[in-house]
Design a protein around this ligand. Sequence first.
Ligand code: CTP
Ligand code: MG
Length: 238
Amino acid sequence: MTRRPLPSFWVVIPAAGVGSRMRADRPKQYLQLGGRSIIEHTLDCFLDHPTLAGVTVCIAPNDPYWPNLPCAGDPRVQRAPGGRERCDSVLNGLRRLSELGANGHDWVLVHDAARPNLAREDLDRLLLELADDSVGGLLAVPARDTLKRVGLDGRVVETVDRSVIWQAFTPQMFRLGMLRDALVGALDAAVRVTDEASALEWAGHAPKVVEGRADNLKVTRPEDLDWLEQRWGGGRVE
Ligand code: CTP
Ligand code: MG
């Protein structure tokens, strides 16, 4: 099969969260996995990619951990200030990319710092499937379990049709200008957006879902890190 060349892309890694659900002694992106911090593995998913233009990581201003990591001195990785919410961090990252020479039509992939197990084949499929898309999209996984809508009394109201429900993962891939405008618009309108796709949806666009691997999980609770640790080998889950 002849493969089309993959498009060039920038990356924004929001990494300014505190990881409250993890209940660890430090933000979860700095916890160890296979002898290195989670955020180093996350960066590794992108750094040697042949069509990478550059990376910004969004780091809280008073973060004592980031400056001690080897990747903080990597010229391909630039720092932007973290913000109050994830979307504020991402906007700061996009501004930094513009300073670095990115233009509004360039593709940007936003990927959680706490998602260290992104497979190269998923990244390449996302780039390939969205290369000519007018909106962009995201890696996502179809819901596996039977889904219930539950009332305030803790009892099932109904079973929801699973076939139309997907879990939104990252990377999420959009044009820099379109993403920035959508995030700014949603913030101005005080609409709560928890990922980039919801900002685009708010702006009237329909992001495309690209099916990815279920093990591209976001470390959220202690058991997620246990799960990854038990399977980790040679840079990702085996
Ligand atoms: N993030 C960020 N800026 C914020 C909040 C979150 O850059 N103000 C980042 C986190 O560092 C993480 C990603 O967004 O890489 C996804 O957020 P989440 O999983 O919710 O991480 P935390 O907010 O750190 O965790 P928690 O919600 O449990 O406190
Ligand atoms: Mg959070």
